[in-house]
Ligand binder design. Sequence first.
Ligand SMILES: NC(=O)c1ccc[n+]([C@@H]2O[C@H](COP(=O)([O-])OP(=O)(O)OC[C@H]3O[C@@H](n4cnc5c(N)ncnc54)[C@H](O)[C@@H]3O)[C@@H](O)[C@H]2O)c1
Length: 261
Amino acid sequence: MGLMDGKRGLVVGIANDRSYAYFIAESLLEHGATCLFTHLPGDKMNRRVGKAIDQLGVAKPWLESMDAGKDDDLDRVFGKIGDDFGSIDFLVHSIAFANRDWLAIDNFTNTPRDVYAQAIDLSAYTYVAMASRAVPLMTPRGGGSMIAMSYYGAVKAVPGYNVMGVAKAALESSTRYLARELGAKNIRVNTISGGPLRTLSALAVGRFGELQDWVEKRAPLKRNVTGKDVGDTAVYLLSDLASGVTGQNIYVDCGYSSIGV
Ligand SMILES: NC(=O)c1ccc[n+]([C@@H]2O[C@H](COP(=O)([O-])OP(=O)(O)OC[C@H]3O[C@@H](n4cnc5c(N)ncnc54)[C@H](O)[C@@H]3O)[C@@H](O)[C@H]2O)c1
């Protein structure tokens, strides 16, 4: 029997077969979940995400266009889930965006207002915006569970992570406030702080390769994370195994965050 048998949810953030969301969906599917998906607007994105979902072996996928920065898009997608299925059990938020010009080493101090605001809007506020629309879909199920993806740069200054670190701090804090309010509805809200994984977004971060080399040398497990490490933790958090876990940030980073020097 799968840990996610009978559970259905929305996975937001697959860009291709290297995305964290891809590995999360892969683990969820392995454990029996039904996953619904979105892609950024445009034919190219539709094709690219469709191809990745095909690789996951999902027959006739539920796939909708959604820019999480647009309330109308969010309303349409969550409304359609309600119309098509009535309810969901889980939500995966695995998206972030910051202008890559400001993700260079030593390029934080002069961050413009609009770049800062956009990073927080798309990388942190979108979790709140999706959570508020997921709640009415989770209450008919007697509760639910949601996760978002964070990174160590939320709590420590990591060279090149810059404004994205500020956005991740907002994301982790939003998680605690959401958890506090939604706990009474038996809805659990957590984040996973994943180690550096070579994805499209990661390559925008200044000297990303050096970050991975550093982790391999220093992390207690002497390696970088795999997508499966994070995907399997997502299954734990979204399944009933984690029934008492909410408001938490779980590090899946081969132990890197636990060491001093
Ligand atoms: N790769 C890493 O090293 C790493 C480490 C820790 C946390 N994370 C986080 O994991 C999450 C997924 O990133 P990834 O590394 O898999 O990269 P990715 O590029 O594969 O995925 C990022 C996703 O964000 C989506 N996105 C961006 N703006 C959006 C918008 N306005 N509306 C809807 N979707 C939007 C993109 O379409 C893409 O699917 C992000 O939150 C990222 O910050 C990544």
